[in-house]
Design a protein around this ligand. Structure first.
Ligand code: ZN
Length: 183
């Protein structure tokens, strides 16, 4: 990411919305925005498989759950933030990963231009491909600025998406156990 180029673009954006980019409060805004993009769009050059250390799960074959993983992402349709929480569950088939790696996977995919449906699927498919578990389920509950900012009545709207693979898709008992555990 070229910080200088981005700052320049933000400056002309300010100009286009009829702002005075030279006024006190806005003087350093282009540089600030450029710096914040490093974080907000920092997921592009990162790949989850590089940070995955897999462990032998011995004979553990019950569901592993990680709840309430905070995420912050940017909606690709409106360039507005969307944010909320991710819930992940999987049933290993020999291989497990450190529980702290799950939020890292969420971080990589959310720090890009996204839609919530794709974000949900990318997390599920990444775990599915890496661990070859017996099943994996991902649920995301998100609030979208592009929805919230359009009317008072939509301020509390919450969007829920899910992606299920393996037993989480095919087995009703597994699926309902997952939903119960993340409540
Ligand atoms: Zn949007």
């Amino acid at each position: 990411m070229d910080q200088k180029k981005i700052a320049k673009l933000i400056k002309s954006l300010l100009h286009e919305i009829e702002e005075n980019s030279g006024r006190e409060g806005l003087k350093k805004t282009p540089e600030r925005v450029a710096r914040s993009f490093e974080k907000i769009f920092g997921g592009y050059d990162k790949y989850p498989h590089e940070l995955m250390t897999k462990f032998d799960g011995e004979s553990y074959d019950e569901m592993i759950i990680c709840r309430n993983i905070d995420f912050y992402s940017t909606c690709e349709h409106h360039l507005q933030p969307f944010f909320g929480q991710v819930f992940i569950g999987y049933i290993p088939d020999g291989k497990i990963i450190g529980i702290s790696k799950l939020p890292r996977i969420v971080e990589i995919f959310s720090r890009r231009l996204q839609n919530q449906e794709r974000l949900t699927m990318q997390i599920a498919d990444t775990l599915n491909n890496m661990l070859r578990p017996r099943g994996v389920g991902v649920i995301i509950k998100g609030r979208h600025f592009c929805m919230m900012a359009r009317g008072v009545e939509k301020q509390n709207s919450l969007m829920t998406t899910s992606a299920c693979r393996g037993l989480f898709k095919n087995n009703a008992k597994t699926r309902s156990e997952f939903l119960k555990l993340i409540e």
